[in-house]
Design a protein around this ligand. Structure first.
Ligand SMILES: Nc1nc2c(ncn2[C@@H]2O[C@H](COP(=O)(O)OP(=O)(O)OP(=O)(O)O)[C@@H](O)[C@H]2O)c(=O)[nH]1
Length: 311
């Protein structure tokens, strides 16, 4: 008996992978960075209760089965006053360009319809596919939430509406699966293990800034920055990081330093611990405070943050 002839080899299967860009926009504090971290499955963007925490566009890379989603975390969109604010808002809109889906994130507890109208109108002029995401359902009351969803979608071209909690993850897996379906077929743009486009040096300054915001709560005005000074690997494999905490006024110095230097020590300790965990090596972190009245008008600071000076 002759063996059955093998079927002629089929042409190779068309690629099953998908890859696309999902931009996340919204007012400050809506929960954009929290969502990006949830979708990626690890922390790539810093978050805080302080508005305008995200200052420049950051890419988080999320996977769902055969799909790679490049998530664009953007600064909050608000009425800009200073040059830094304008550059942040420009970076947010730039982040949506040619995205395969734009998510408008809304905090239904704080935001009202009339506050969102200008943003929705600006969004409606854009060609990208738009999705409305009502966040913080863990805290929102059902009836007003549904009413807001109805008001925001009336006469607009949102193709989908999701109700989620970026903080607890409620509703996020379902939304992630739906987003993955919307991505175009094609090869992945990033290696499987890459989770963000930020350098370790930039991530390190962001982690310190997050601690600064978290530990000083409302005592420190939004008027501060963390600048990298050096980032070097020691022969034993550990990393030595030096950073500058820049504040706008001399009178803020004692707030950051704390009594007997206790505050800056605590900020440094928490940031060092978190960085060691993320980088998987021992970290030596040295912080010092510098007063610079005009740091928010400094081209070099803008460029370090990934913002465009010229616009
Ligand atoms: N209760 C609750 N809080 C949330 C949720 N998502 C985000 N938050 C909180 O809301 C605050 C702002 O979250 P972020 O992710 O920093 O918000 P953002 O939109 O990136 O803010 P900007 O950087 O200012 O544009 C933080 O204190 C988060 O913990 C949520 O689903 N539920």
């Amino acid at each position: 008996m002759t063996a059955e002839p093998k079927s002629a080899s089929k042409p190779s299967e068309p690629t099953a992978t998908r890859c696309g860009v999902v931009a996340v926009i919204g007012a400050p504090n809506a929960g954009k960075s929290t969502l990006v971290n949830q979708l990626v499955g690890q922390k790539v963007a810093i978050t805080s209760a302080k508005a305008q925490t995200t200052r420049a566009r950051l890419l988080g890379i999320a996977l769902h089965e055969q799909t790679q989603m490049i998530l664009v975390d953007t600064p909050g969109i608000f009425e800009p006053k200073r040059k830094l604010d304008r550059a942040m808002v420009t970076a947010a809109w730039d982040g949506t360009q040619s995205a395969d889906a734009v998510l408008l994130m809304v905090d239904p507890i704080k935001q009202r319809r009339h506050e969102l109208i200008p943003l929705i109108e600006a969004l409606s002029k854009r060609p990208e596919r738009k999705i409305l995401v009502l966040n913080k359902v863990d805290k929102a009351v059902k009836e007003p939430l549904l009413m807001l969803a109805e008001e925001l979608t009336a006469g607009t071209d949102f193709s989908e509406v999701f109700f989620i909690s970026a903080l607890t993850g409620d509703g996020v897996p379902q939304m992630k699966a739906a987003l993955a379906e919307m991505m175009p077929k094609g090869p992945w743009h990033y290696p499987e293990d890459q989770v963000s486009d930020a350098s370790e040096r930039l991530l390190a300054t962001e982690i310190t800034r997050e601690q600064l915001y978290q530990q000083l709560h409302d005592e420190l005005p939004y008027d501060s920055a963390v600048r990298p000074e050096s980032y070097t690997q020691r022969p034993d494999g550990s990393v030595e990081i030096r950073q500058q905490i820049v504040i706008g006024r001399e009178s803020q110095k004692h707030i950051v330093l704390g009594k007997g230097g206790r505050m800056i020590k605590s900020i440094g300790e928490a940031a060092r611990k978190e960085l060691s965990e993320i980088l998987g090596v021992k970290v030596h972190l040295f912080l010092h405070v510098k007063v610079s009245e005009n740091w928010a008008e400094d081209k070099e600071v803008f460029e370090e943050m990934g913002l465009d000076w010229g616009r």
